[in-house]
Design a protein around this ligand. Structure first.
Ligand code: ADP
Ligand code: ZN
Ligand code: ZN
Length: 802
């Protein structure tokens, strides 16, 4: 008898451990470590992952239930992935099942469908439900949802007539095509020998096949080459000269034609950096490099050549980029260097496309993956290099369980495969640069632009002075002048609106009320095209009220500096300018972003106006002016990284100008021109900024000097939420050491979200060996008792927003 140790998909169990299941004798050869199975857990069937197979179990045999179904005939998780999941579980305090699922493409994650199962007799049911159960005892819940019958169904459940059951649904369809496998010359010869000379078409076909012995071809190729019909091909196959086979095909999301590019002659600095990296590759040594290079210094070329080395060694490489659907130019550079060896993984792909890209990696069909955060889990088995471009970006941290940082996972995998990890940035995260200074990472520096272009000149414009001079527009005089100049010269401009912490909302001019989301403590945002107000957190939308909901005044209108409003103002100021607006509204459709960028590259617009999403990766020769409309909007958010993020963004944005032959100019508008984050971004002075910001963090007691952890508690009832947050704080204070500070409970920065009230406690510490055990104990308490009361508790050991 053999038993499978299974991690089950149940995220509300006090203990997170594998459970033993009996492997039915017939399946002993089929079930492997890393396969998914269905197993009974309590009254239902759930999905599980086999993490071990043993000959003995501690549980008495009669109590062990058998596995009910096998979902995979080949392992989908390697041994490496299973140990990575264990590490993630401890590192981020999450359920092991969450860690396992995060490594898989959406198509392979647990999906459950709900069914209503009839327990009683049809006539006992309310009239409107009866037709549904006449033919089947089990009906998909979606049908009742569609017909708006959930309420009567719920009553039937209460009356014990119907039961709701979850069923694991299996996705991840491999797409296949039928091809023809042509056998060997000798084999075909033999078939011909047995045939005589009666069927000239079949003979012609087999002669052609002899010239293509061993090949795998599409039937259509044969029809065309030999001018025969499918019946001729079928007869030849029947006689044994060839066979039909099913071959896997991939939906290729990257349809654009790419031109092959060659290696560039490296600059001295690039060459030096590459040598250090290839040394580590050659010596099969884990080493983490921080490649600090100013914008346009040619970091990407270093990545490309390091990857080339890795592939030449017969190994594989992963390249992470912050949000790949926003950086099509970057993807193209990898595709044009490595062609079909590259798989692309990002959120813009359909579930099927994502699955196919993942399969290509799993089957060893590609050597390089370029992708967003989750691509760090690409199932390569012989990794030789991991790269994080723009390593400071906050998108590398996942905000749901498991709350992992891609940088940590990359380094873990680097250790597993003894291979280097390269972190690249013009503005490294403070903690990364601190680690490089301490020698934990190896610092590599590119201080010059690759083509020796000058950095753009940067002007900081004090908007307070503009206001005093009577300019109420969102464009300062100097920026307007520069814009006019570019329009005359037919050069291009990028205008950047820092929308973090900004939005256009509807405001009553009489009483000052803004229209709020009924579910969240957040003002609704005005969306011009649909003439609607929307909540960006829960998706609620409504029409704009004609009168103020508070004082009934009719003097209610929209206010603020959304991209739409800027666009209108440009039209007023420069009626002849062709403006392209790029924000969440105009880029919703798949591929829209890429299309717009291509059009801008072809010169179809004079001005590209956009939010954060245009800050990265843009590289066009005709952009000579960059304007930042409001640099300081994010400086006053409740986020200890506010200054760092502002500095990073300003540096990024400035880097878009003058990347080629023409000199670039940048105008940064701000109400706080004296702030060091803005002053120091002017000349891309990273080191002075680093020192200044480290000092601030030191005084305020924030990372990288201290570690922080954030515990959040939410409930629909504000009293409940507050009470349990209080219990958390008390628990932490009485169990952690004296030199650990526990701040709170306080309300979260958005106090109510999707109708749940949110409180939080912040832990600041330098060393606290007890932290994890104490938190685990707290989580156990939560999972075994509080969860039943509707409390939701989350723990984040490396929070980005506070
Ligand atoms: P970064 O990623 O550091 O911002 P890029 O890799 O985008 O910089 O390089 C900036 C520009 O310089 C690109 O147009 C790139 O093709 C070019 N470039 C990079 N390295 C070289 C080189 N060694 N010789 C000539 N051009 C280069
Ligand atoms: Zn009002
Ligand atoms: Zn909302």
């Amino acid at each position: 008898m053999r038993f499978a140790q299974v991690i089950v998909d149940v995220s509300a169990y006090p203990v997170d451990r594998p459970f033993d299941y009996l492997i039915p004798e017939d399946w002993e050869e089929l079930i492997d470590i890393g396969c998914r199975v269905k197993v009974p857990f309590g009254p239902r069937n759930v999905l599980g992952f086999v993490v071990g197979i043993v000959a003995e179990s501690d549980v008495p045999v009669e109590k062990i239930k058998p596995i009910s179904e096998i979902l995979d005939l080949e392992s989908i998780l390697t041994e490496e992935m299973l140990s990575l999941a264990k590490w993630l579980k401890h590192q981020t305090i999450c359920y092991e099942i969450d860690a396992l699922q995060v490594m898989l493409p959406g198509a392979l994650r647990a999906k459950y469908e709900k069914y209503a199962v009839l327990l009683g007799e049809v006539p006992q049911l309310p009239q409107m439900l009866q037709p549904y159960f006449e033919k089947a005892k089990k009906v998909n819940l979606a049908q009742f949802e569609k017909a708006n019958l959930l309420k009567p169904l719920k009553r039937a459940v209460k009356d014990g007539l119907v039961n709701i059951e979850n069923e694991v649904k299996q996705k991840g369809q491999v797409k296949q095509v039928r091809k023809v496998q042509i056998y060997s010359r000798e084999q075909i010869e033999e078939v011909i020998g047995q045939m005589g000379k009666r069927a000239p078409k079949q003979l012609a076909l087999m002669e052609w096949m002899q010239d293509h012995a061993g090949a795998i071809v599409l039937p259509e190729q044969i029809y065309e080459a030999v001018q025969v019909t499918s019946s001729v091909l079928n007869s030849v196959i029947e006689k044994g000269a060839a066979a039909y086979i099913q071959e896997e095909v991939y939906r290729d999301p990257f349809t654009k034609e790419v031109v092959k590019t060659d290696f560039l002659q490296l600059t001295d600095e690039q060459d030096k950096a590459l040598k250090k990296i290839t040394e580590a590759i050659d010596e099969k040594r884990q080493e983490t490099f921080l490649l600090h290079g100013i914008t346009g210094s040619g970091k990407t070329e270093v990545y490309l050549q390091a990857i080339q080395r890795t592939i030449a060694d017969g190994k594989e490489a992963i390249v992470l980029v912050p949000e790949i659907s926003l950086t099509p130019q970057m993807t193209e550079r990898f595709k044009s260097r490595f062609g079909d060896e590259v798989a692309v993984m990002h959120s813009g792909l359909s579930v099927g496309e994502k699955y196919d890209e993942w399969r290509k990696v799993q089957q060893g069909k590609v050597k390089v993956v370029v992708g967003a955060r989750s691509a760090v889990f690409a199932p390569f088995k012989n990794l030789g290099l991991l790269i994080l471009d723009e390593e400071h970006e906050s998108t590398y941290k996942q905000e749901d369980s498991p709350r992992y940082h891609a940088r940590d996972v990359a380094i873990w995998r680097g250790n597993y495969y003894n291979c280097p990890v390269v972190l690249g940035s013009a503005t490294p995260a403070l903690e990364s640069f601190a680690r490089a200074k301490k020698g934990v990472y190896t610092l590599l520096t590119l201080s010059q632009r690759a083509k020796n272009q000058a950095l753009p000149t940067v002007q900081i414009i004090d908007m307070r002075e503009q206001l005093q001079a009577g300019n109420r527009s969102m464009f300062s005089e100097p920026l307007m002048e520069a814009l006019r100049d570019r329009l005359d010269k037919k050069e291009q401009t990028v205008l950047f609106l820092n929308r973090r912490g900004y939005s256009s909302f509807v405001l009553c001019r009489d009483c000052g009320t803004t229209v709020q989301c009924p579910n969240c403590d957040i003002s609704l945002t005005y969306h011009r095209y649909q003439e609607k107000l929307k909540c960006h957190y829960c998706g609620h939308d409504e029409y704009i009220p004609e009168t103020c909901p508070e004082c009934l005044s009719e003097n209610i209108r929209y206010f603020g500096t959304g991209t739409q409003k800027v666009e209108e103002e440009i039209h007023k100021l420069f009626p002849e300018a062709r403006v392209m607006r790029m924000d969440v509204d105009t880029t919703k459709q798949k591929g829209a972003h890429e299309k717009m960028l291509d059009a801008f590259g072809r010169g179809e617009a004079d001005i590209l106006l956009g939010t954060q999403m245009i800050a990265k990766g843009l590289d066009f020769p005709n952009i000579t002016l960059v304007g930042v409309l409001s640099a300081d909007t994010a400086l006053h958010l409740p986020d200890y990284r506010a200054a760092e993020k502002t500095f990073q963004l300003m540096t990024q944005v400035s880097g878009r100008a003058g990347r080629h032959n023409k000199l670039g100019e940048v105008y940064i508008q701000t109400y706080t021109p004296e702030h060091y984050a803005i002053q120091l971004s002017k000349d891309q002075h990273y080191t002075p900024f680093y020192e200044r910001e480290m000092h601030t963090r030191h005084i305020a007691g924030y990372p990288p000097y201290y570690y922080i952890a954030l515990i959040q508690v939410s409930h629909e009832d504000v009293m409940f939420a507050a009470e349990y947050a209080g219990r958390v704080a008390e628990y932490l204070r009485s169990n952690l050491s004296f030199n650990v500070s526990v701040i709170g409970p306080t309300t979260a920065s958005i106090a109510r979200l999707q109708n749940r009230y949110r409180y939080q406690c912040l832990i600041k510490y330098k060393v606290e060996p007890n932290l994890i055990p104490v938190l685990l104990q707290l989580i156990k308490l939560y999972r075994s008792e509080w969860i039943k009361k509707g409390i939701v508790l989350t723990v984040d050991l490396d929070p980005t927003m506070i």
